[in-house]
Unconditional design. Structure first.
Length: 259
C-alpha cells in the first residue's frame, strides 16, 4: 500500500527566519510531512524551537502544537508575543555555561538567575529547568528543542549588553537592583562596617561606609570604583522594561505561554 505523504504550505514570521533555511524565508513554501506527526514536531524538525513560537494558524485558524496537519493546509508560524508572560511559577531563570556575563548582569538587577559555570550537559540543564520551574536561556537550539525544560528562550546576540536587552524586552521582569549576589544569586543583606571589617581590603574601610553581605556565600559588597558603570546598566534596564510594558499596554495583553 502506498504511503500518503501530505504536502503542507508553511510561512514563518520574519522574527523566526534565523531558525529556518533561506528558501523558507519568503512567503509560503511546501513541506512534505509523514501524515502522522504533530504540527509542533514538524515545526521543530524545520529548525524552530517551540520556545520561540507564539501562535500557529492553520488556514487562518489558531491551533495547538498537537494538531496533525492535513494535505493542502496552510500554516503560519508566528513568534512569541512580547513581553511574554509565564504561568505556573514566579519568573526565574536558568542560564547555560556560555552566558556567565549575562547571568551576573541579571543578578545585578535583582532577577532570580541560576547559572552553571561548568558544562553539566544538556540533560542535566533541562532537568533542572523542569525541577525548579526556571526559564532556560541558551544559544543552543538543540537544548531548547528538548522536551524536558519547563520553559525556555533563545538568546540571539553574542554581546552581553544586547543579550540583557533581549531578555528584558521579552519578559519585562520585575527589577530589584542591588538585592542579589552577582556571584551566587543569594540575597544581599545590609550590614555594618564593623561586622565586615576583617574582610575589607586595604583602604576600603576608610573610603566607604555602606556595605552589604550575601546571606548565602558571604561575599561583601560596597559601592566601589565601578559603581557608576553599574548604575548606568541599572538605569538602562529600567528604561527598557518600562518601554516593553508600555508597548504591551498599547497592543493589549500578550498571550500566556508556559513552554
Amino acid at each position: 500500500m502506498a504511503v500518503i505523504r501530505p504536502e503542507i504550505s508553511f510561512s514563518f514570521a520574519s522574527d523566526l527566519h534565523i531558525f529556518v533555511g533561506a528558501r523558507r524565508r519568503a512567503g509560503f513554501t511546501t513541506v512534505v510531512t509523514d501524515g502522522a506527526s504533530t504540527l509542533g514536531h514538524v515545526v521543530e524538525s524545520l529548525g524552530v524551537p517551540l520556545t520561540e513560537v507564539g501562535r500557529l494558524l492553520v488556514n487562518g485558524r489558531p491551533v495547538s502544537t498537537a494538531h496533525v496537519p492535513a494535505a493542502g493546509e496552510s500554516v503560519e508560524v508566528l513568534p512569541v508575543s512580547r513581553p511574554q508572560r509565564i504561568e505556573g511559577a514566579p519568573l526565574r531563570f536558568l542560564l547555560d555555561v556560555h552566558l556567565g556575563t549575562l547571568a551576573r548582569r541579571m543578578r545585578l538587577l535583582g532577577i532570580d538567575t541560576a547559572y552553571e559555570s561548568t558544562d553539566i550537559g544538556d540533560p542535566a540543564l533541562a532537568a533542572r529547568s523542569a525541577a525548579e520551574r526556571r526559564v532556560l536561556l541558551s544559544r543552543d537550539r538543540g537544548l531548547l528543542r528538548r522536551r524536558e525544560p519547563w520553559a525556555g528562550a533563545y538568546v540571539h546576540s553574542t554581546r552581553p549588553e544586547q543579550q540583557l536587552r533581549e531578555i528584558l524586552e521579552r519578559f519585562a521582569p520585575e527589577l530589584a537592583p542591588w538585592e542579589r549576589c552577582v556571584s551566587c544569586n543569594g540575597d544581599l543583606v545590609r550590614t555594618t562596617k564593623e561586622s565586615v571589617r576583617t574582610e575589607l581590603k586595604d583602604g576600603t574601610e576608610d573610603a566607604y561606609d555602606a556595605f552589604a553581605k550575601c546571606a548565602a556565600c558571604g561575599q561583601v559588597y560596597w559601592q566601589g570604583a565601578h559603581h557608576a558603570r553599574l548604575e548606568l546598566i541599572v538605569a538602562q534596564a529600567r528604561e527598557t522594561v518600562s518601554a516593553a510594558r508600555a508597548s504591551a499596554d498599547e497592543t493589549g495583553p500578550a498571550p500566556r505561554k508556559s513552554g
